[in-house]
Design a protein around this ligand. Sequence first.
Ligand SMILES: Cc1cc2nc3c(=O)[nH]c(=O)nc-3n(C[C@H](O)[C@H](O)[C@H](O)COP(=O)(O)OP(=O)(O)OC[C@H]3O[C@@H](n4cnc5c(N)ncnc54)[C@H](O)[C@@H]3O)c2cc1C
Length: 425
Amino acid sequence: MKLDSYWLDTAPEFKDGAQGPVEGHSDVVVIGGGFTGLSAALELATRGVSVTVLEAGGIAAQASGRNGGQCNTGVAQDFASLAASVGLEQARAFYRAYESAVRTVESVVTQHKIDCDFMRCGKLKLAAKQKHFDKLARTYDVLYREVDQDIELIEPARVRSEVGSDGFYGGLLQRNGAQMHMGKFGVGLAQSAARHGARIFPNAAVTQIKRMDGGRYEITSARGVVRADNVLVATGPSRQGPLQWFQQRMAPVGSFIVVTEPLSKGQLDALFPHRRNYVTSLNIGNYFRVTPDNRLLWGGRARFAMSDPRSDAKSGQVLQANLAKYFPELGATRIDYCWGGLVDITVDRLPRAGQHDGLYYSMGYSGHGVQMSTHMGRVMADVMYGSADANPWRALPWPPVPAHAARRWMLPLVGAYYRMQDILH
Ligand SMILES: Cc1cc2nc3c(=O)[nH]c(=O)nc-3n(C[C@H](O)[C@H](O)[C@H](O)COP(=O)(O)OP(=O)(O)OC[C@H]3O[C@@H](n4cnc5c(N)ncnc54)[C@H](O)[C@@H]3O)c2cc1C
């Protein structure tokens, strides 16, 4: 078993990284080479703006290359609760932003001919208990009435036609969800941006951002110093660099994934006949899908812990046991990959994007970021060059996460709380 991301292990190598030191001047410096940063760089470069991307490690090798591979429509939280807290019109606008985001991914893939197995497959949320199905049925009514007619309620009697398990009590299908190979997409984005003139520097961790006279910036990285008129901070849940203001506003939470050996077509047709994106309804639930080469990717919170190789391996064992519970036929299936990553969670699980102290930023996608990061990269290019209204998250305040400093020690307690909720409700 490799303690490595399947997406990164099976992606082509990115060969167009900038050579030599980081130096000179760019109209825009992007800090972070995940989907947010690369998508912004691509959009800026195609408009003729000079852009330099400074990435601490490898291209798209953090959350963007370590995720569950789902590119879904719909907001992260229950739509009715969201409408109750921000108002119906605003909730509709947020919901639709995710539809636009999936369309952005599709149009980037098509326009730049990125070979990444993109397909619209639909997302199926599976009820893990009868009362969860009752709640999904209520959600279906609200969504259908207020914002999305491209959905379908899968009654308990029909759920076996969707998924070959006795563990589920019906589900809610959002038909426009999509999936792709995240590693191929990340490299494709970077290559397209480089082809259009973006300078992309891997292994160039930013250590200092200095404001100069005249509103310009000087950015110091591990590979040299560059000046810029504008800076976009696209660093996800990063713990490194001069980013404390952002770090205090998100809780980095570990999420873990295992990928099986390739399964036969017969097995897959019996278990996942429509090859959708699947999530379960528990607080500490699972997300899963089939990979382009017929493996099952199975992810979840597993343990409330941070990600590192030891922690990932422990979580992998929990995930494997959990997989066997829902799909006993896969109990003896070999696990070929196991890894973890950090999710950038905000208190209300809505993204944040805008300007702080002159620096542009977009992050906090709270586990629903594949589509939104790609979309927001493009949107932030618009915002930097005059169209602030393009940013759907512009009006949201962003207070620090309470008890931020203590979060590492609180993770097991939070985990115990959610586990108890799953037993009781
Ligand atoms: C295990 C897991 C499963 C997930 N599953 C899904 C899913 O199925 N669907 C979905 O929609 N979302 C999912 N997500 C979330 C999604 O992957 C992210 O929201 C999205 O990739 C964020 O992209 P990003 O570019 O903002 O951040 P990242 O991909 O994290 O990129 C930020 C980059 O900034 C770099 N960086 C940080 N600090 C510095 C510095 N000081 N200097 C230079 N560079 C720096 C990092 O090295 C990193 O490469 C998942 C996330 C994880 C971890």
